[in-house]
Design a protein around this ligand. Sequence first.
Ligand code: GLN
Length: 280
Amino acid sequence: MHVAPTIAEALQRACQEIDHIDARILLQDILNVNHAFLLTHSSQVLSSAQDRIFCQLVARRVNGEPIAYLIGECDFYDLTFIVTPDVLIPRPETELLVELALKRISANNNYRVLDLGTGCGAIALTLAKHCPQINVVAVDFSVAAISVARKNVGNIQVNNVCIATSNWFSELSGEKFDLIVSNPPYVGENDPHLKQGDLRFEPKMALTADTDGLACIRNIVAAASGHLVIGGWLMLEHGYDQASACRGLLEAAGFTETFSHPDLAGIMRVSGGQYNSSSL
Ligand code: GLN
């Protein structure tokens, strides 16, 4: 007969195959407890169902599946988001885009923000939660992503976000915003990183854009001025080597005050500019 292990034994067994922190997070998720509980209940015996699920998740982790997909959630900024393999897993780098956006957002009650390619809604919902006075529109081309974003709206409890399906600006004709933000797909289609780590399991549609990775950024920059109020800002996350190309595209489209900002690793990660009609 199979004898289920204690918490300590189960963790020790899992750690022979996967990272210690990953093992702990998976077991916490299965038992619905925190780290302190695991430490203080190390001799508690798992039920055979819990042990079976733990073994299955450990095997999937060994196969490379991202922890966020295995537990179905991911922390971003100060919130926790539901994620599924239909959406990109929010990255710490993207918190820079949120911080830069928060600095630009004014206390004005009619301030409107657009998030293009929202995925699970991480950027849009974080801004909406921090700035209850603004109105946020979040769009994604993927219907499956939209359904994840809507779940997050319910979970995080924001009432100032509107989520809709749109291929970039396709469903937004006539709509104007004070700030447009986006973390678009920007990885080149032949980038070897796509065959490594978490990226292997994430939706290609959310990651890749043509051979140089700039196709979506080009589309967004070209169309953004038609959807910004005068003095409005466009801010985009981009790849480690795309900052100057991105600023070049912004300047060619008539944006002024263009900038690039480094992430915590010192890599230029977000570029942006201001729309002033007089400069066109
Ligand atoms: N930052 C992600 C990565 O390279 C890519 C995200 C994106 O394409 N928007 O891991």
